[in-house]
Design a protein around this ligand. Structure first.
Ligand SMILES: [Ca+2]
Ligand SMILES: [Ca+2]
Ligand SMILES: [Ca+2]
Length: 300
């Protein structure tokens, strides 16, 4: 049978939609075009992992009921401004195994577009876009929303600061550079202080880099995909020896009375924590009886 080309086209046009209607799952294989990617060593960190732990930090599952691990904006601290870290820019993470018993393992994924304040740290005499600098904190979420507001900002952190001046002395930070032209200190310079105008600097690669600042003024950079940042504490805080002291010597009291001049009176907050914890445990509301202490204290 001879079919004119016009009719053949018409028949195909009629049959083709029916074919698709009868085969809703039909798909066509597509030629995959690979997405260009840079080598893993070039792309820098995508997450931070580590452990939050302390030999001295006072916390228990009761008093630390909503633990949070986060990267917080260290710009105020670097500039030695006596204000709490801004909530804007905080990057929340997760505890992989719960917080207790310490040390708690955590991980924090890094956002493509972080939003902390930028600091121009390259000491080149002109204004630049600068870098964002974050430190790790593990703390309890006492107030407000999920982020760590002022009252929440006491905890275990990834750096040490001078107790008098608040200046950073050592620690690990995650630094974000928006482009490859932003500098970061390569040492603490002649004044032996970090983040001052005499620091020698060098450009960081674009993206995230972990910078480890040592107490002797050196910097090591880490661009691995999942760098490890652990919280740190002073050695003397980690292993205090109070064995020869009674309670009045172990804590900071100012008890002088009947003096002609006004005197400052203070109690160590850690002692108050111990007292409160013991009071809670000593009274059993179900029986109305007092009992021996059963609440665990996580201060070791
Ligand atoms: Ca500059
Ligand atoms: Ca909060
Ligand atoms: Ca310096």
């Amino acid at each position: 049978m001879h079919i004119k080309p016009f009719y053949l086209v018409s028949i195909i046009a009629l049959i083709l939609p029916l074919f698709f209607l009868g085969h809703p799952q039909t798909t066509f294989a597509q030629t995959a075009t690979p997405i260009p990617t840079s080598a893993a060593s070039d792309s820098g960190p995508v997450a931070i992992v580590g452990e939050a732990g302390s030999a001295n930090f006072y916390a228990s599952p009761d008093t630390f009921s909503e633990p949070v691990v986060a990267l917080f904006d260290a710009s105020n601290m670097i500039q030695q401004q006596p204000v709490f870290a801004k909530v804007k820019g905080q990057i929340l993470g997760t505890f992989d195994t719960g917080m207790f018993p310490l040390p708690a393992k955590y991980s924090i994924s890094l956002p493509i577009r972080p939003t902390a304040a930028s600091l121009d740290l390259d000491n080149n005499g002109k204004t630049d876009a600068g870098v964002q600098v974050y430190a790790v904190i593990a703390a309890n979420n006492f107030t407000g929303d999920s982020y760590l507001q002022q009252l929440d900002q006491g905890g275990m952190v990834s750096y040490l600061a001078d107790l008098v001046t608040g200046a950073i002395t050592e620690g690990a930070f995650i630094v974000y550079a928006p482009d490859a032209g932003q500098g970061f200190p390569t040492g603490y310079g002649a004044d032996a202080k970090w983040f001052t105008s005499d620091d020698p600097t060098a450009p960081l690669p674009q993206g995230y880099t972990v910078a480890r600042l040592s107490a002797d003024g050196k910097v090591t950079l880490d661009r691995s995909p999942e760098p490890v940042i652990n919280t740190i504490e002073r050695q003397e805080e980690a292993s205090p020896d109070f064995s020869k002291e009674g309670i009045l010597e172990s804590y900071n009291f100012t008890l002088t009375e009947n003096t002609p001049l006004e005197q400052e009176v203070a109690l160590d907050p850690e002692l108050l924590g111990h007292v409160f914890e013991n009071l809670l445990a000593a009274y059993n509301p179900e029986t109305g009886n007092r009992s021996s202490r059963s609440t665990r204290l996580w201060t070791r």
